[in-house]
Design a protein around this ligand. Structure first.
Ligand SMILES: *Cc1c(COP(=O)(O)O)cnc(C)c1O
Length: 367
């Protein structure tokens, strides 16, 4: 069986350190917040080369808190890509703003800057760039658009810890950025977790206030906030795992290169391989191929004990949750591609032989 994800084997590979970190975190008895959370926040900020990191409860909260910290007028328009996890657009609506979906680029499958440009209106106050599948969005162009229009650029980095756009770590490029540490992400906790990062002191302080009941001392509350904090247990686990992140990402990247090399013999209009940027560091959270005959390939993979995923089977504008927006006719590429994409297994739990096996099976499928 070729597993899509194997978090137990990852745990076994660093068991001693993780067990010690867990034991230590329980001994401190500061279960929420505290020194261990501060230690992780500093370490992660340092890794990304950003000034501030604010831990919070999950990646969805991170987006909501980041948006709230910008103090936009209620009902502002925020542009998000039509292919992402629903959290990206959910956070916009939950913060009292209007979601505007932009279509994706057929090559990178990330938000299309051309589509974004056409959607900018007087009410547009921010763009959320999602570094989907681990591939950095077109940050050059998006930065130019947000600068020219004096609006905010938010990065949703939940699938791209450690990815780089032209030498810069993603998360350090926009005004503010968010991460999820959901267990299956490239850097995952043993439960929920997330954070917001920024180079702006003002925004980081605002985020910290919002995430912790608007308090600046124990019972003195400056504003009404919410409860969205990172546990010290999760922070301790993440601190250990962060030491291995680059090693794990290099493994993913080399497996991706192996897939690309092997599958190139069958790649044509019936099988499109993922975009492989030359100037950026794609961290392949997911290895997403496009095929016309998805149902057939899905049952073939199942028969051969190869796990896979679909990210995502319905474009955001086509979800029932967004039928009220009536925007799906503006996102034909995302709508079409959602029916063709399939994510092959990739991760530090696999080795070259596994990728060889999966590739060979896919080559046989096409013959
Ligand atoms: C996982 C994910 C989120 C949400 O993170 P949670 O920690 O599950 O709330 C947001 N955006 C994207 C692109 C994601 O993949």
């Amino acid at each position: 069986m070729i597993k899509f994800l194997d978090l137990y084997s990852q745990y076994l590979s660093i068991k001693k350190e993780i067990d010690l970190a867990i034991e230590h975190s329980i001994k401190t008895t500061s279960f929420v917040g505290g020194d261990l959370v501060k230690k992780f926040e500093d370490k992660f900020a340092n890794y990304l080369k950003v000034s501030f990191c604010v831990g919070c409860a999950n990646g969805t909260d991170a987006l909501e808190i980041a948006i709230e910290s910008l103090d936009l007028e209620k009902g502002s328009e925020i542009i998000v890509p039509a292919n992402s996890f629903v959290a990206t657009s959910e956070a916009v609506t939950r913060s009292g703003h209007k979601v505007v979906f932009a279509d994706i680029d057929p090559k990178t499958l990330s938000i299309s800057s051309k589509a974004v440009e056409k959607l900018i209106s007087k009410k547009t106050k921010a763009i959320i760039a999602v570094h989907l599948f681990g591939n950095p969005a077109d940050m050059d162009k998006l930065k130019e658009i947000t600068n020219n229009n004096s609006i905010y650029l938010i990065e949703d980095c939940s699938q791209a810890h450690g990815a780089e756009f032209q030498g810069m770590k993603i998360g350090s490029i926009g005004h503010i950025a968010t991460f999820s540490f959901y267990p299956g992400k490239n850097l995952g906790a043993y439960g929920d977790g997330g954070c917001i990062v920024t180079n702006s002191k003002r925004l980081s302080e605002k985020c910290r206030l919002i995430a912790n009941h608007g308090r600046f001392s124990k019972y003195d509350h400056l504003i009404e906030g919410r409860n969205s904090r990172l546990d010290s247990l999760q922070a301790a686990i993440l601190t250990v795992k962060l030491n291995y992140l680059d090693e794990w990402l290099e493994k993913r990247r080399s497996l991706a290169q192996e897939y690309l090399k092997r599958l190139s013999v069958v790649a044509d209009k019936d099988l499109i391989l993922p975009y492989n940027p030359r100037k950026s560091r794609h961290v392949f959270h997911l290895f997403v191929i496009q095929i016309n005959n998805r149902e057939k390939l899905m049952s073939y993979l199942k028969k051969n004990d190869i796990q896979f995923g679909i990210h995502y089977p319905i474009s955001l504008p086509e979800l029932k949750a967004y039928s009220y927006l009536n925007q799906y006719s503006y996102t034909p590429i995302a709508n079409k591609i959602s029916k063709n994409i399939l994510s092959l297994p990739i991760g530090e739990h696999l080795n070259i032989k596994d990728v060889e096996f999966v590739s060979q099976k896919i080559i046989e499928f096409f013959k």
